[in-house]
Design a protein around this ligand. Structure first.
Ligand code: FCB
Length: 440
């Protein structure tokens, strides 16, 4: 008879797999500033000043300084994106100076020994593409392929992973179904078309990239965790099932898993369906229920990342291409990191091939239609003078990255309200002055 494995009673550190990638993610439009030839820029001009990206974090000029900070935090990888609107501001006219700029950016990363994940499209389009219908127009795929064909040979030496598209489903939803983002359509048909065209674009881009580069290719997919409030409610359970298929799996079904060398997962959302006294269930409002939420009202639900990882796990390597919290309270970011990373660890222990984690974001950023208020950064930006200040939570993340493990002692802090100073005292390199306050 097979021996029943004994339950572990392990109080050691949570050791992540060897060569685990510890990084942060940004996207060009959200940090660079002055992305004047894009559809988003044009759209923002009709918005109040605080909803315009303007100079953003001036990353276009300050990338080296920021990568230096990331390096000093012992991170070993970075995910960034390039801006199509800068490289091809006019149809068919590629701007060599923009290409050269991005080469410098990538070289700066490589000089600091980062593994580089490069996103080719992260929500923004050149204005001229938007004018011909953007991703609603199937022709956009041809232009996207031409763009890829032009840039990949220029950048391939400095890139380790290619991400063709960022969150195609979120884009279709926000821009074409809900109408929150440009071009602000509210049409199911347009959203479906966009989703379809993006799937075709990825398939073709994958093929092309495989001819041009030997580096792995994937997408960054927004995966969401769904639950029912009542297990006995078949209708709630059906809603969970349908939402999971549409949100998490449809794009992979449309493109086929064989066009993904790895699975890139952005995790932010957890939803509970509740029927109450109606026939069709609705999603509960985390705020009303007094659940733990971020400054954007998004529920903090660490188990959700375990849930989506277990759900998507197949034989492919998985990278958490984004995960982070908008909070002006850095203690909460610290707690978030400890909680979410321990859930990622749990998934690894359960056999999921997670190979890296990119916190969103390295620096505070322009959060699309929400403007500059949400603070996601490990590094704070003062938008008055572009001053960078490393937040204490960054040091917690840094300690975990440096040792590729989470000290078990951190987990015991989860039971009560975590203060980042206290957390730092539990780490390896204790800042002495700080730790006098605590009995450690
Ligand atoms: C993701 C986007 C990213 C950022 C984070 C908070 O959905 O990919 O650009 O806005 O949310």
């Amino acid at each position: 008879m097979d021996e029943i494995p004994k339950a572990k009673h392990d109080h050691g550190p949570l050791k992540f797999p060897e060569h685990f990638l510890w990084g942060t993610a940004t996207s060009a439009h959200q940090v660079e500033g002055n992305n004047t030839n894009s559809d988003w820029w044009e759209w923002e001009q009709r918005k109040p000043l605080d909803k315009q990206s303007g100079k953003a974090a001036d990353e276009y000029n300050r990338y080296d300084e920021d990568f230096e900070i990331a390096k000093s935090l012992s991170l070993n990888s970075q995910r960034i994106s390039i801006e199509w609107a800068r490289i091809e501001p006019v149809e068919g006219q590629f701007d060599q100076s923009a290409i050269d700029h991005y080469k410098l950016v990538l070289k700066s990363l490589k000089a600091k020994h980062f593994k580089v994940m490069l996103t080719l499209w992260h929500f923004t389009l050149p204005k001229w593409i938007a004018d011909i219908g953007g991703w609603e127009n199937a022709q956009t795929t041809d232009y996207f392929l031409r763009f890829i064909e032009r840039v990949v040979p220029e950048f391939d030496d400095y890139v380790d992973f290619w991400v063709t598209l960022n969150e195609p489903g979120v884009y279709a939803f926000m821009s074409y179904l809900q109408g929150f983002w440009p071009p602000q359509k509210k049409s199911r048909w347009a959203a479906l078309r966009v989703q379809w065209n993006l799937a075709k674009a990825h398939q073709k881009a994958y093929k092309l990239l495989k001819m041009q580069s030997r580096h792995p290719v994937g997408i960054a997919q927004n995966m969401q965790s769904f639950h029912s409030s009542h297990k006995h409610s078949i209708i709630e359970l059906a809603s969970v099932y349908v939402s999971d298929i549409i949100t998490n799996h449809a794009f992979y079904k449309l493109t086929g898993y064989d066009t993904h060398d790895f699975l890139g997962i952005n995790y932010y959302f957890h939803h509970r369906f509740n029927r109450r006294d109606k026939f069709l269930p609705t999603v509960e409002d985390a705020r009303e229920q007094h659940r733990d939420i971020s400054d954007l009202g998004w529920e903090v639900f660490p188990e959700g990342i375990y849930d989506v990882l277990m759900d998507i796990s197949n034989h492919k390597p998985i990278y958490i291409t984004e995960c982070g919290i908008a909070s002006t309270n850095d203690d909460r970011r610290t707690r978030f990191l400890i909680q979410y990373l321990s859930e990622v660890f749990r998934a690894v222990e359960s056999g999921v091939r997670v190979k890296g984690f990119f916190y969103w974001s390295l620096i505070d950023n322009f959060e699309w239609d929400k403007g500059f208020d949400p603070r996601f950064g490990l590094v704070a930006i003062d938008y008055k003078d572009q001053q960078r200040t490393v937040r204490a939570s960054a040091y917690v993340y840094s300690e975990i990255a440096k040792h590729n493990q989470m000290p078990h002692s951190l987990l015991r802090l989860l039971g009560h309200t975590v203060r980042v100073e206290e957390v730092l005292c539990y780490m390896h390199d204790k800042p002495k002055a700080l730790c006098q306050h605590f009995n450690t």
